[in-house]
Write a protein that binds this ligand. Structure first.
Ligand code: FES
Length: 132
C-alpha cells in the first residue's frame, strides 16, 4: 500500500474495492483531510471549492508517484496567483499511485515560496528546500 508522508504523519493508503474501478489510486486531498493534515492555509480552510478543482487553494509540492496532471489542475494552476512554471499540484485533482512526500507552501493558495510544513522523512532526513 502506498504511503503518504505529510506534515508529521505517515499515512497508509487503504483503498476500498469498488465494483467498478473508475480511477486508480487514492485522492490526495481526501486522505490528507481525513488524517488531520492541514492542507489549507488560513481562511482557505473555510473558503475553498471542496475538491472541484476551481479554487487552487489545495496546491502542494508532491514528490513520488501520482496520477498525471489533468486539465482542471493544469488550467487552475496556469492562472494567478499560481504560475504554470512552478512544480505544484492540486491535491484534490491528484491520485496517489505510490509512496509520496508532500510539502505545503505559504499563501492563501499555497503559492508562496516559504514552507509551511513538509513531510517528516521516515529515515530522519529533513531537506531544507525553498521553492520560488
Ligand atoms: S480544493 Fe479547490 S482546487 Fe482543490
Amino acid at each position: 500500500m502506498p504511503k503518504v508522508l505529510a506534515q508529521d504523519k505517515t499515512i497508509e493508503c487503504v483503498e476500498a474495492k469498488p465494483l467498478v474501478v473508475r480511477h486508480r489510486g487514492t485522492n490526495l486531498r481526501k486522505i490528507l483531510l481525513k488524517n488531520g493534515v492541514e492542507l489549507y492555509n488560513g481562511k482557505s480552510k473555510l473558503i475553498n471549492c471542496r475538491g472541484i478543482g476551481s479554487c487552487g487553494t489545495c496546491a502542494v509540492l508532491i514528490e513520488g508517484k501520482v496520477s498525471p496532471v489533468n486539465w482542471r489542475d493544469q488550467t487552475r494552476r496556469s492562472l494567478p496567483p499560481h504560475s504554470p512554471t512552478k512544480d505544484l499540484r492540486l491535491a484534490c485533482q491528484t491520485r496517489v499511485l505510490g509512496d509520496v512526500r508532500v510539502t505545503k507552501f505559504e499563501g492563501f493558495w499555497g503559492q508562496g515560496s516559504q514552507i509551511v510544513w513538509k513531510s517528516e522523512a521516515e529515515n530522519g532526513e529533513k531537506g531544507e528546500k525553498s521553492y520560488g
